[in-house]
Design a protein around this ligand. Structure first.
Ligand code: IMP
Ligand code: MG
Length: 178
């Protein structure tokens, strides 16, 4: 596995740009959901930072749930197989559900989650929200209902995104040059 240090990272989005993107996204969500209760489903570990920062801007009644999936084993390529590490959820029948992801890459994780929720619950609304959208890498026909930034085919780290478990805690989003 490639050795990466923080000094080799190039900045793609500074902390302020990320926060601005999230605030703008929250305006849209606040307008769309108005006063309706929303269940935020945070997909750990990658979307922890995004979910927490987004939630602080939301004005409707919010309930936060956390599930844990993994699709990247180690390294920089999506395995295409989604591993449900912990996917226990409350009764979502009749609820507004907003899945919150860090990034949509191949789309396998998003497809899995949408199918899982629709298979287990008759929700009122199901929307998918992602901080980043790597549209160019899509293998599955799925789109985010909401996203902040469309990104190129680069391996990104920071603000929740990791390389071999590292860099989740850096406040900006950086990339590793291939
Ligand atoms: P997908 O199933 O291929 O769409 O991948 C989704 C998951 O892979 C995301 O939720 C991330 O956790 C991870 N992932 C995708 N692209 C990147 C990246 O550039 N850096 C770090 N993790 C990534
Ligand atoms: Mg993720």
């Amino acid at each position: 596995m490639q050795q990466i240090s923080k000094e080799n990272l190039k900045v793609l989005y500074q902390e302020q740009e990320i926060q601005k993107g999230i605030a703008d996204l929250a305006l849209k969500l606040n307008a769309d959901f108005k006063d309706e209760e929303v269940y935020l489903i945070c997909v750990l570990k990658g979307s922890v930072m995004f979910t927490v920062d987004l939630a602080k801007h939301l004005t409707m009644p919010v309930k936060m749930e956390f599930i844990r999936l993994s699709s990247y084993g180690s390294g920089m390529t999506s395995s295409g197989k989604v591993n449900a590490v912990d996917i226990s959820l409350p009764d979502l029948n009749g609820k507004n559900v907003l899945i919150v992801e860090d990034i949509i890459d191949t789309g396998h994780t998003a497809r899995f989650l949408v199918d899982f929720i629709n298979h287990n619950f008759k929700v009122k609304t199901l929307k998918f929200c992602s901080l980043l959208d790597k549209k160019i890498k899509r293998e599955v026909d799925i789109d985010a209902d909401y996203y902040c930034f469309e990104v190129d085919d680069k391996f990104l780290v920071g603000y929740g995104l990791d390389y071999d478990g590292c860099f989740r805690n850096i406040p900006y989003i950086g990339y590793i040059e291939n």
